[in-house]
Design a protein around this ligand. Structure first.
Ligand code: ATP
Length: 240
């Protein structure tokens, strides 16, 4: 992959999405600060200059855009495994977050566009909190995690580990889909068999016990009416 590093930009995902037409190979874009970082469904991702590792990776897949369900979860597994190998125990929150001690350490945002050959360009954005100022939580209004120990590690080395893991994950996902990641995801599940709510635009959509994810990456909820699969879409999960 080609690599670009910028001090500041609006959103590395937005930058890469606007350039997909001109790409001929994978491109990694790293920003030390984002002024308009994005989460899912128009939510925002906050950063402080130098306080986190933020990057987006554009990668071509042979799969069609509609066959990407589960990709954010597969990316979560790849990143969690890198962090585990660096002695940072993390867990996964469905569908797209990485938690440390139950608090959000990293977010993942996958966006995509069809390419000319029937395949897809994906843009995988990752924001990983390394060292946040004390005021960060209060400003955000929710508990978040960082990883000061990782912050002391060489950023290029950390980035190289993540890039290698993501490249492998994309290739595996392209060939086998989410099935190759299901067991590992369930082993890292933060809310296994805990009671959770699924929230959609502020409304409680479902409530039940989070069993785990199925072979396509849908969350299996045990409810009074039996076990139901939940599609990621724009919904969010909250522990009860
Ligand atoms: P949630 O994390 O609320 O369940 P989500 O997984 O749908 O929702 P995303 O869209 O992935 O959330 O990420 C956006 C949310 O992440 C924001 O609404 C904000 O609460 C939170 N957030 C923003 N910046 C950070 C950060 N640097 N660290 C941790 N959390 C953040």
């Amino acid at each position: 992959a080609d690599v670009e590093v910028v001090a500041e930009t609006g959103s590395t995902n937005a930058d890469l999405l606007s350039r997909l037409g001109e790409l001929t190979k994978p491109l990694l874009r790293v920003a030390l600060h984002q002024t308009a970082g994005r989460g899912r469904a128009g939510r925002s991702w906050q950063s402080v200059p130098g306080g986190m590792l933020m990057f987006s990776l554009a990668w071509p897949l042979s799969r069609e855009t509609h066959a990407l369900m589960g990709l954010p979860l597969a990316v979560g597994v790849a990143i969690a495994d890198v962090l585990h190998a660096l002695d940072l125990p993390v867990q996964l929150k469905w569908p797209n977050d990485i938690l440390r001690d139950g608090k959000k350490l990293a977010g993942i945002l996958i966006e995509s566009a069809a390419n000319k050959n029937g395949g897809t360009w994906i843009v995988a954005g990752v924001g990983l909190n390394l060292q946040l100022p004390e005021t960060f939580e209060a400003n955000l209004g929710r508990a978040v995690a960082d990883a000061p120990w990782l912050a002391r590690m060489d950023r290029n080395t950390l980035l190289a580990h993540l890039l290698n893991a993501l490249a492998k994950a994309f290739e595996q996902f392209d060939q086998h889909g989410f099935s190759a990641f299901q067991a590992r995801w369930n082993a890292l599940h933060a809310y296994a068999n805990q009671e959770v709510q699924i929230i959609d635009h502020g409304q409680i959509l479902q409530r039940g016990f989070a069993v785990g994810v199925d072979v396509s990456g849908r969350l299996l909820l045990q409810t009074a009416a039996g076990q139901i699969p939940v599609l990621a879409g724009d919904v969010s999960l909250r522990p009860v």
